[in-house]
Write a protein that binds this ligand. Structure first.
Ligand SMILES: [Zn+2]
Length: 305
């Protein structure tokens, strides 16, 4: 009995390290999309309190919904980015957190290398928006992390977040998004590496940016198509799969315009379930790739096997 207690104690102490190691051991996930290769890259994960993060429900409702899935409101939130190898170009969608946060994040380039690619090989980085968990990895200290890449951002997002006058007018809680954009994107602009674009026109063969405003002022989806297969990269329109697929009207404290965010989400969910293409989501459990199906209440996410 004594030995059993000793073993149980040992497992409870070292178990979490194995769980973490397992998480970080799978730092990339590779799949084919027509002639393209898609590589999901895990930047890391960080606990988020959904009771504080999400809005638009009655007090206590989030915890209750999570409990139905045997979970608490404290979610271990993945930060996912994606590499598209078109055969001709290496295109990264979002750049991870870089050195902006703690040690559980900032591992994107490790996963990239493990998947067989070097940061210097990346031709382009397409940004879904300018929040720090998507642009932090563009710079490593004062050096460009992807020295040979052009960085692509929607004109709407750049015009809004890179304009100091808009920062002055913005609510106090939102000012940090302007500061983050200036910190990470001004060196990119100075190096002549930022390209802004209008929506709806292909940036590379098979890769098209789509307007999806709400979470940020110029939030962008990227539609990637090859040989009749399609994946839509959703950025941050969903922060909690359990809550927001079932209840698309739930918004987040990070949203720039909650009303637009909700209508963007409702439209996107409906279309993804109807057309049954792949979706890739930045903050749901790694690799964040799957399909959406209609459920009794809202929708259900079916993760890639
Ligand atoms: Zn994000």
């Amino acid at each position: 009995m004594k030995n059993f207690i000793k073993i149980a104690l040992l497992v409870s102490i070292i178990g979490p390290f194995f769980i973490n190691n397992k998480l970080y051991a799978q730092s990339f996930y590779r799949m084919k999309l027509g002639d393209f290769e898609v590589v999901a890259l895990l930047d890391g994960a960080v606990p988020q309190n959904l009771d504080q993060l999400l809005k638009g429900t009655k007090p206590g409702a989030i915890s209750k919904m999570m409990a139905k899935h045997s979970q608490t409101a404290i979610m271990n939130c993945s930060v996912n980015a994606y590499l598209i190898n078109t055969g001709d170009k290496l295109v990264l969608i979002d750049a991870g957190t870089g050195d902006a946060y703690g040690p559980s994040l900032g591992h994107l380039t490790e996963g990239l290398r493990k998947a067989g690619y070097q940061p210097g090989q990346i031709n382009a980085v397409l940004l879904t928006h300018t929040h720090m968990d998507h642009i932090g990895g563009l710079m490593t200290g004062d050096k460009l992390t992807f020295p040979n890449a052009q960085i692509y951002l929607s004109k709407a997002e750049g015009d809004y977040y890179l304009n100091p006058t808009n920062r002055e007018k913005a609510p106090e809680a939102m000012k940090r998004f302007f500061d983050g954009a200036a910190q990470k994107l001004n060196p990119i602009i100075k190096a002549g590496k930022l390209t802004t674009f209008e929506f709806g026109k292909e940036l590379f063969p098979g890769i098209t940016p789509i307007a999806s405003f709400g979470h940020s002022a110029g939030h962008t989806f990227y539609a990637v198509k090859s040989k009749g297969e399609k994946m839509l990269f959703w950025g941050d329109i969903i922060l909690s799969d359990i809550i927001q697929f079932a209840n698309p009207t739930v918004t987040s404290v990070y949203d720039y315009n909650e009303l637009n965010g909700t209508s963007t989400r409702e439209k996107a969910l409906k279309e993804a379930a109807k057309e049954h293409y792949w979706i890739a989501v930045a903050h749901i459990d790694f690799p964040g790739i799957g399909h959406l199906v209609k459920a009794d209440t809202g929708y259900r996410f079916v993760a890639v096997n």
